[in-house]
Design a protein around this ligand. Sequence first.
Ligand SMILES: Nc1nc2c(ncn2[C@@H]2O[C@H](COP(=O)(O)OP(=O)(O)OP(=O)(O)O)[C@@H](O)[C@H]2O)c(=O)[nH]1
Ligand SMILES: [Mg+2]
Length: 625
Amino acid sequence: MNNVIIGTAGHIDHGKTTLIKALSGIETDTTLEEKERGMSINLGFAYFDLPSGKRCGVVDVPGHEKFIKNMLAGVSGINLVLLLVDVREGIMPQTREHIDILSLLGIENYIVVVTKIDLVDDEYRELVVEDIKEFIKGTSLENSPIIEVDSISKKGIPKLLETIDTKTEDIAKIKESKNARLNIDRSFQVRGFGTVVTGTLLEGTISVGDELAIYPHNKRTKVRSIQVHSEDVQTAFAGQRTAINLSNIKFEDTRRGYTLATPDTLTKTYMVDTEISIINNSEYNLELWDRVRVYIGTTEVMARVVPLGIDTLEAGDKGFVQLRLEEEIAVKNYDKFIIRTYSPMITIGGGVILDVNPNKHSRFNEEVLSKLKIQSEGNIQDLIANYLLSSHSYLADMEDISKNLEQSEEAVAKELSNLLSAGSVYKIDNQYIHSKKYDDIKEKMLNVVEDYHKKFKLKIGIPKVELLSKFKINSKDIALLIELLIINKELKITNNFVSLWNFEVKYDSKQLMEKNRIEKQLLSAKFTPPSIKDLTKGVRAINEVLDSLIGNSIVKLDEDLVLHMDIYNDAVTKVTNHFEKEEQMTLAEFRDMTGSSRRYSMAILEYMDKQGITRRVENYRVLNK
Ligand SMILES: Nc1nc2c(ncn2[C@@H]2O[C@H](COP(=O)(O)OP(=O)(O)OP(=O)(O)O)[C@@H](O)[C@H]2O)c(=O)[nH]1
Ligand SMILES: [Mg+2]
C-alpha cells in the first residue's frame, strides 16, 4: 500500500499532539487558543517518513468531548489509528467513545500507544498495560500491538515507527475507482491563489485541470494546482492527504462538510435506507421519530429515525432504519456514518447506507426488508438481480450496473452470465432485463397484439410504430424488448407488422376467392397494376381482404396503388443490377427496364426511396448506401 493516513485517537491530554510532534517534528496545535489552553480544538495535519521510506499523512484529532464533531470529521479516510492512553490514567471515557466510533466506521488497523511512561515506575506501567489488554479483548483492537513511549525524550519512538511500518504493509488496498471523491475538512483563502480545500482523497485520482463538482450544491470547479504533503504534484491518488487550489468557485461555496467529486457520481438525497448497529453499552434506544445527529464524511446533519421491520433498536441491536434528513447530503451506497443523540450528545451507534434513494416505506413491508437484507449481505449476484428488478427502466447495461453497484465490470460480467444461464435474467443487444420484468412487459405487449388481432382479423399484425406508441418507454428500449420477444418466439414480425408467434390470417371461402383474384390480377398486371378502387370495386369486404394482404403478398405504394410483392421484388432486383454497372438511374431508364408508365414508375421509385433502397438526387436516383 502506497498511501497511508494515520489518525490519532484517545482521551483529552493523553499526548496525541505531542506524539505527532515527536514523530513528524510538526506542531499541529496551530491556533493561539489551542496553544494557550494547551489542548487541541480542531483537526491537525502533519506528515512524516517511515524507516522504509514510505511517507504517511497524519490527522491529529482533539480528545475533548466537546470537539467530538471535529474528531468525526477527521476520521474520514484514515486507515491506521494510533490509540493513545496516558499511562497515569488508563482507559477514559473518550478512549471508549473513540474506540466505539472507529469500530462502527469499520476501521480495522490500530496500534495502542501507552504514553508518558517516564512519569510512572515499571510496575505501575505493567499493570496499566495488563488493564488495557483486558479492555480491548473482544473489541476490534484485540491483537493490536501495544507500544510504550515517552514522547518528550522520544523513548519508544523508533519501535513505534517500525511497528507502523509493518502494520501498514498489510493494510488492504483502497478500492479502485474511476471516480474521485474527497470530503473537505478545511477550506481557506490564500492571497493571490484563491480558494484551497484539503481532505483525504478517498477514491480515484485528481489531476490539475480536472473539472470537479462540489456537493451537495453541485457547483462546478476546476483544479488549478495540487499539493500532497506540501509538495506540488500533477496528480493526487486515493489515500493521500491533498490540498487543492480551485478556480471558478467562490470561497463561500467550499467548506468542511462539502464533498469534492467527479461530476454526477454522488446522489443528493434527503432520505436514506440504512442498517444501524447500537453500541453494546448504550443507554439510549432508537425509536420512531427520534431526532438524532448523523455524522457522515466530514458533515453533520440532523435526522428523524424510522425503524424498519422493528419497533425499537436497543443496546447491541442491529437493524434497518430509514433516516429522514433535515438537510440534503451527497453520498453513495455503503457509505458509513455515526449516530449521536441530539442532546446530550452521546454516541449511540453507527451504520451503513444501503439505499441512497429510497421511497417512504410502510414500516413492516416484507419486500423492502428482503431487499435491504440483500443489500446488507452484499452478495454481488443478488445485488445485480436486485438492481435490475428495482431500477426504474426495464433494461440496464453493464456500465450502468457496475457504476450503480460500485463493482468492477469484470465481477458484474461474471455474475450476469450466471444469472443468464439460471434464467433469472435475459439479454438483448448488451442490455439486461430481470425475468420478472420481462414477464411483465411480455404480458402487456402480447395483450396489445392479441387485442389488435381480435379487432382486425384479416390484418397480418399491428404496425410496429403503432405498437411502440402504446408504451410509455423510450423507443430504443421498447424496440429492443420487441426484438427479445421475437427471439423468444412470443412475437413475429413481417415487413414491420407485429403479430403473435402463432397467428395466421384465416379467410372464409368468399374472402379466399377475393384474395386469389386480387393476387392473380396484380401478378399478371406486372408494373402497370389496376388502381385500388378498380381492384375492390369500392366494396368494403373486398377492401378488407386487400388490406390484409399488405405487407404480405402485396405492397402498398400510395393511397391509390398496390403492387404484387413478387413484382416489387423483381423491380428491386432490376434496380440493384442496374447499379452494379451504373452510378445513376433516371426515371426514364427505370420505366424502360420495367415496361411501365411514368406514373407507375414514379410511385414505385418513391416507395423504394422510403424503404431506403434508393435516394433521389436532382432528377436522377442513386443507390442509398
Ligand atoms: N512527560 C510526558 N509528558 C507528555 C508526554 N506526552 C504528552 N505529554 C504532555 O501532556 C500534555 C498533553 O499533551 P497533548 O499532546 O497536548 O495531549 P492531546 O492528547 O493532544 O490533548 P487534546 O488534543 O487536547 O486531546 C502536554 O503538556 C504534554 O507536554 C509524554 O510522553 N511524557
Ligand atoms: Mg491534541
